[in-house]
Design a protein around this ligand. Structure first.
Ligand code: ATP
Ligand code: MG
Length: 423
C-alpha cells in the first residue's frame, strides 16, 4: 500500500486531537499546532484540525471524515490503557480490521515496568494490541506505542494513512522526529523535493498596508509562496520555496527578498521567527561596543522587562520606570535636576551611551468592550553624540493587549532609526 502512496504522493494532511480535556476547554490543543507546523515543513498542507472527546461515535465520525479528505492523518491522545482511551479500537473499526497482540510491543511495555520496578497492570497489555496490518511506532519514553495504519479507500484512490501518537507532548515529539517524519518522507514522495523558508521581520506598517506593498507576491499562487503574520504589531513575512534543488530554492528566495527589501526598506529589522526589535537594537549597539538604558513613564515597564531578558548586560544597562508625574517630580527633586534632566542623569549614572525615554504608557484597564484606548506618546533618545535630545511623538490606537507593546516597539524603532544613522 505504501507503493500506491508513492505513486500519487502525499499532499493533504489532517490533524486530530482526541480527549475530553481538549473538547471541554480544560486544555489547549498544542499538539495539533506543533504537528501542523512540522507537516508544513515536509511539504504537507494541513487543511483541517478536528477534535473529538473520549467517545467512540465522536471519534469514528472525525476519523471517517478525515479519511475522506486527507492523505495523511495524524492523531494524538487516547492511546493509554484506561477505558476512555479508545483510539486503537476506533482505528481498527474504521479500517474494518481486528486487533492482535504484538509480542515486541508487549516486551517493550513489560521492560518499561520492570525498569520502574513496578508490576505491569493487566490493563497495560491493551497497549500491545494493534489493528491487523498496522505498523508500530516505537515510544522510547512511554508505554503507549503509536499506531501507523493504512486505510483503503476503494479501487480509485490510494489508501489514507493514519498515524496515532500518544497525547503527552514530549513523547509525541520524539516519536514524530524519530519515526513518523522519516516514514512519511520515504513513502510520500516528499524527499525528492527541496524546501527552504525564510522569515523577514519588520515594524512600522499595519497588516493591510503591508499587504498592499507586497502586491502580487502575496497572491496564493505566487511562486515562491509568501505569507504574512502579525504578532503584537511586528510583521513577519515568510517566504517558502519548493524546488528540485536547494540552490533553486535559494535563488527563488533571493529574488523575492530583493523585492521585499525594495518595498519595505528600513522597516525591515531582521530575520527569523524569534527575532524582535529588542534583538535588533541590542545587536546594532552591541556590534559597535555601545550601551543604552531606558526610562518608561506610566504603568508599564515592557522595555525593561524584555530587554533585560535578553541577558546582554554590557549593552542594555538597566531600566527605570515611574508610575506618574508626581514620582518623576520627586525623583527630580532628590537628584536636584529638572524633570527633563532626570533621563540624562540616569544615563550618566549608569555610564550608558544612550537613554531611550518612553512617555507615557496610558492606563488601559477599565475600557469598555469594543472601546480602544489611544495614546499620544513622546519618544526621546539622549546621548553624548546628539547635540540635543532626539524627540518624536506617535499617536497610537489599539486594543489594550497590544497598545503598550506597540508603544514600546515604537520606542525601539525610533532608537534604531536615530542611533543607526549616527555613526
Ligand atoms: P497516556 O498513556 O499518557 O494516557 P494517551 O495517548 O492516552 O497517553 P492522553 O491520556 O489523551 O494520551 O493524554 C495524556 C496527556 O497529554 C494529557 O493529560 C494532556 O496533558 C496531554 N495532551 C493530550 N492531548 C494533548 C494535545 N492535543 N495537546 C496538548 N497536550 C495534550
Ligand atoms: Mg490517556
Amino acid at each position: 500500500m505504501a507503493d500506491d502512496a508513492t505513486k500519487t504522493g502525499y499532499r493533504l494532511a489532517e490533524v486530530l486531537a482526541f480527549g475530553d480535556e481538549m473538547t471541554s476547554g480544560q486544555r489547549l490543543d498544542t499538539n495539533s499546532q506543533w504537528l501542523s507546523q512540522e507537516l508544513g515543513r515536509i511539504g504537507l498542507r494541513t487543511m483541517f484540525h478536528s477534535m473529538a472527546g473520549d467517545d467512540m461515535d465522536a471519534m469514528l465520525s472525525v476519523l471517517r471524515t478525515a479519511i475522506g479528505r486527507a492523505d495523511v492523518i495524524i492523531t494524538t491522545g487516547g492511546l493509554g490503557p484506561t477505558q476512555d482511551d479508545l483510539t486503537r479500537d476506533a482505528m481498527a473499526m474504521v479500517a474494518g480490521v481486528g486487533l492482535e497482540e504484538r509480542p515486541d510491543a508487549l516486551a517493550h511495555i513489560e521492560k518499561l515496568f520492570a525498569k520502574r520496578k513496578r508490576p505491569m497492570p493487566e490493563r497495560n497489555r491493551l497497549q500491545a494490541m494493534f489493528p491487523v496490518g498496522s505498523q508500530i511506532v516505537p515510544n522510547p519514553h512511554g508505554t503507549a506505542p503509536g499506531i501507523d495504519l493504512h486505510v483503503p479507500r476503494g479501487p480509485d484512490r490510494p489508501a489514507a494513512r493514519i498515524v496515532a501518537l500518544p497525547g503527552v507532548p514530549a513523547e509525541m515529539v520524539t516519536m514524530w522526529n524519530d519515526t513518523v517524519r522519516p516514514r512519511l518522507l520515504r513513502d510520500g514522495g516528499l524527499e525528492r523535493r527541496a524546501m527552504q523558508s525564510s522569515v523577514i521581520k519588520l515594524y512600522g506598517v499595519g497588516e493591510s498596508e503591508a499587504e498592499k506593498l507586497l502586491g502580487d507576491m502575496i497572491r496564493r499562487d505566487h511562486v515562491p509562496r509568501v505569507g504574512i503574520t502579525v504578532s503584537r504589531a511586528t510583521i513577519a513575512l515568510r517566504i517558502f520555496a519548493e524546488a528540485d534543488t536547494q540552490a533553486a530554492c535559494q535563488a527563488m528566495i533571493d529574488v523575492v527578498r530583493k523585492r521585499i527589501d525594495d518595498a519595505f526598506g528600513e522597516m525591515i529589522f531582521g530575520e527569523g521567527d524569534d527575532y524582535e526589535l529588542t534583538h535588533a537594537v541590542c545587536d546594532l549597539l552591541g556590534g559597535r561596543g555601545e550601551s543604552f538604558c531606558t526610562i518608561e513613564l506610566g504603568h508599564a515597564a515592557i522595555l525593561a522587562q524584555e530587554l533585560s531578558a535578553l541577558e546582554r548586560p554590557t549593552t542594555y544597562l538597566g531600566g527605570l520606570q515611574l508610575a506618574d508625574d508626581d514620582r518623576l517630580a520627586r525623583l527630580a527633586a532628590a537628584w536636584q535636576v529638572t524633570t527633563d534632566g532626570v533621563a540624562e542623569r540616569w544615563r550618566q549614572s549608569l555610564g550608558a551611551d544612550y537613554a531611550l525615554v518612553v512617555g507615557r504608557y496610558p492606563v488601559v484597564s477599565g475600557h469598555a468592550a469594543g472601546q480602544m484606548p489611544s495614546a499620544d506618546v513622546q519618544l526621546t533618545v539622549l546621548g553624548d553624540r546628539f547635540p540635543k535630545p532626539m524627540t518624536t511623538s506617535v499617536e497610537l490606537l489599539g486594543h489594550p493587549d497590544v497598545l503598550r507593546h506597540r508603544i514600546a516597539k515604537s520606542g525601539l524603532s525610533w532608537m534604531r532609526k536615530v542611533v543607526g544613522s549616527n555613526h
